[in-house]
Ligand binder design. Structure first.
Ligand code: DC
Length: 238
């Protein structure tokens, strides 16, 4: 619709970006896109094709293979969000496993991978009415997004939340491993040379260490409604 906006939700891993983004998209009847799932899908491809392991990384082959990597989202009405598909196969649950988490930041640091995924993300957001979460949505993918949120929280709290989430899914996991992964990803994501995780000056920072999901949801939904209103007023003047 004419007054729809783009909502960019960036921030550190395990800050609850996707939970919030899903809630906001649902409330506004917007499309929700989890861009982390796209980087995870490429990582899953690399693992399946033996292109990456703790001992080796065949970056050249992965870059060559990019044209054969087709990532798609399909809405699952039972779950209430769009699941990610790799070359026609639903890989939503596979990409959440620790093995993928352990390599995804290395994959996401490759400029050619980012170029491909950013182009697809821009295509999806062309008509606006989208909530996208990731690391570079407000800084690179949609620098003109009407609403930019930057999420952060204490690493120990994030690891605890992630640990609980993975345990609830029945995965065999230990807290220290999750904490190490959270810290490692913070470091790689913030220090990589291509599109590092940064808070842009126009992004609104939310530290949710001590916020409930409801509080943060209401806060961001109000901000979104204000921006939509401003957008409406601006376009009625034009
Ligand atoms: O949001 P997530 O934890 O599922 O993201 C997985 C990884 O992908 C994360 O470590 C950084 C990377 N990523 C990125 O570099 N840019 C994005 N827009 C989204 C994710």
């Amino acid at each position: 619709m004419k007054n729809d906006i783009i909502i960019a939700i960036d921030g550190y891993s395990s800050t609850g970006k996707s939970t919030l983004a899903k809630q906001i998209a649902k409330a506004l009847n917007y499309i929700y896109i989890d861009t982390g799932a796209m980087y995870r899908a490429v990582t899953f491809y690399a693992l399946k094709n033996n292109l990456i392991s703790p001992k080796h990384f065949n970056k050249t082959q992965l870059i060559k293979d990019l044209d054969n990597i087709d990532i798609d989202f399909k809405y699952n009405p039972e779950k209430g969000f769009a699941e990610v598909y790799l070359n026609g196969k639903n890989i939503e649950s596979e990409i959440r496993k620790m093995q993928v988490s352990n390599f995804v930041s290395d994959i996401a640091a490759i400029p050619e991978v980012r170029q491909k995924l950013v182009a697809q993300q821009r295509q999806i957001g062309q008509k606006k009415g989208v909530v996208m979460d990731g690391r570079d949505i407000g800084s690179v993918v949609f620098p003109d997004a009407e609403l930019k949120i930057f999420m952060t929280a204490d690493p120990n709290i994030r690891a605890q939340r992630r640990y609980q989430e993975l345990k609830n899914k029945g995965l065999d996991i230990n807290l220290q491993e999750v904490l190490d992964n959270v810290k490692k990803r913070d470091k790689i994501d913030s220090e990589r040379s291509t599109s590092p995780l940064i808070q842009t000056p126009d992004a609104i920072k939310i530290d949710n260490s001590n916020l409930t999901r409801k509080q943060q949801y209401e806060m961001v939904l109000n901000l979104a409604k204000q921006k939509i209103e401003t957008n409406k007023t601006a376009s009625s003047k034009n």
